[in-house]
Design a protein around this ligand. Structure first.
Ligand code: S3P
Length: 445
């Protein structure tokens, strides 16, 4: 446990009730600052997530010349410098805990004639950057990294970045976005081939800012995505939907606790993000989606969740990219479901904010849940009701570990302690307030 660790504990709760407004989508918030900074003119963003990760992105773009401000009405404005107009930052850029900030910024810097040093916290400094330095190196950027291609690293962007065609070796929206964002400032067309569809917020937002981007569906279910370089990006107003990944925590809490019914309006329903909702419904969860509509170029809807008896299922591996951040909380739901839940094709969980496969397995075992683990899979043996709890869970600087196991403590026989809840600030700063407002018992430990 580090000196600044903030242990938290959750206790058996029931009857969660009420309507909550989930903060803005993290992926869309990052991109709104990034594309706003590259556009000409003033972009206004409503509903920006004010979590530490997004604030790291904002600080980096300020250091490169964009003007980014919060206004009294809660909206944010970004005065862009225009594509190619970023200045060299004077100091090292600290990306904190945020892999999305680091990898997408490297894509943007790769096509700007600037040098910079990037670092991050203890979790981000362990995460692989080769997945972006490889394609961006082919496009002409130079990198010097710490061993294992990790942060801190030094990047020198290409004076004349080369357009490439790149087939993603793994299902990653961050890598896809890094290459597309580098291609944005190349002369010619840059193509990314993704064999499994991943979140498409970069593609949607580029279109919204006047970029030219073509998405051709392929026979294998993937996409061929081509961006035409050097467009005039024009400032555009944005409304950020509520984050479906954050909504997953109160959703699972309401499903598992007795006598609960909660409402969460305006949740992002982009189909590249909603795998968990489908999965929980297949498990028998009452997750009702109403008023589906388009807001700010993204599908959204209002969600009602009621307590339900869940049963274990096999989660299809091809669904993984659309729920990649939701496996920790799904594992908690699976522990209480009747029968076993199989999650396969989840090798990417090993390189998230923590090695989420080992971290989740350890957390489940510490609370008396039977679970099996392989290189790219996990099988949780649900009890169909009671689990002992009472464990102390190590979170490894991972916000989703902390939130998932605090949810577990709301339903286990004994309270669950997470060794450090402070990383929750990165993505969902009001998590605890919202949860206690619904009636959940969560305290500092
Ligand atoms: C993100 C992509 C995903 C996801 C992360 C946010 C994004 O990462 O896990 O939380 O905003 O592009 P990968 O691209 O590594 O799968």
């Amino acid at each position: 446990m580090s000196n600044s660790a903030r242990p938290m504990k959750s206790f058996k709760s029931s009857g969660l009730k009420g309507e909550i407004t989930i903060p803005g989508d993290k992926s869309i918030s990052h991109r709104s600052i990034m594309l706003g900074s590259l556009a000409v003119g003033r972009t206004t963003v409503k509903g920006l997530l004010e979590g530490e990760d997004v604030l790291s992105t904002a600080a980096a773009f300020r250091a490169m010349g964009a003007t980014i401000e919060k206004h009294q009405d809660g909206s944010w404005t970004v005065d862009g410098v225009g594509l190619g107009g970023l200045q060299e930052p004077e100091d090292v850029l600290d990306m904190g805990n945020s892999g999305t900030s680091a990898r997408l910024i490297l894509g943007i810097m790769a096509s700007h004639n600037i040098s910079a040093c990037l670092t991050g916290d203890g979790s981000l400094r362990k995460r692989p950057m080769k997945r972006v330095t490889d394609p961006l190196g082919t496009m002409g950027a130079e990198f010097h990294c710490r061993s294992g291609e990790r942060l801190p690293l030094y990047i020198k962007g290409a004076q004349d970045v080369l357009p490439i065609e790149y087939e993603l070796p793994m299902a990653s929206a961050q890598v896809k976005s890094a290459v597309l964002l580098a291609g944005l400032n190349a002369r010619g067309k840059t193509t990314v081939i993704e064999n499994k569809p991943t979140r498409d917020h970069t593609e949607r937002m580029l279109t919204h800012f006047g970029g030219e981007i073509a998405v051709e569906p392929m026979e294998n279910g993937g996409n061929r995505i081509t961006v035409t370089g050097q467009p005039e990006l024009t400032a555009a107003d944005l409304i950020v939907p509520s984050d479906p990944s954050s909504s997953a925590f109160p959703m699972v809490a309401a499903l598992l606790t007795e006598g609960s019914e909660i409402q969460m309006p305006n949740i992002g329903l982009n189909e590249t993000r909603t795998g968990l909702f489908t999965t929980l419904r297949e498990m028998g969860g009452e997750v009702i989606i109403e008023n589906e509509r388009i807001a700010g170029g993204e599908p959204v809807g209002d969600i009602t969740v009621r307590s339900s008896n869940l049963k274990g299922i096999v989660v299809p591996p091809e669904r993984a990219p659309s729920m990649i951040d939701e496996y920790p909380v799904l594992a908690v739901a699976a522990a209480f479901a009747e029968g076993k839940t199989e999650m396969r094709g989840v090798e990417e969980l090993r390189v998230k904010e923590s090695d989420r496969l080992s971290a989740v397995v350890a957390g489940l075992r510490a609370n008396g849940v039977e679970v099996e683990e392989g290189e790219d899979w996990m099988v949780v043996h649900g009890t169909g009701g009671k689990i002992p709890g009472g464990g102390m869970v190590e979170c490894f600087h991972d916000h989703r570990m902390a939130m998932s196991f605090l949810i577990m403590g709301l339903v286990s026989e004994q309270p669950v302690t997470v060794e450090d809840g402070s990383p929750i600030e990165t993505s969902f700063p009001i998590f605890r307030d919202l949860m206690t407002g619904l009636g959940a018992k969560i305290e500092d430990a």
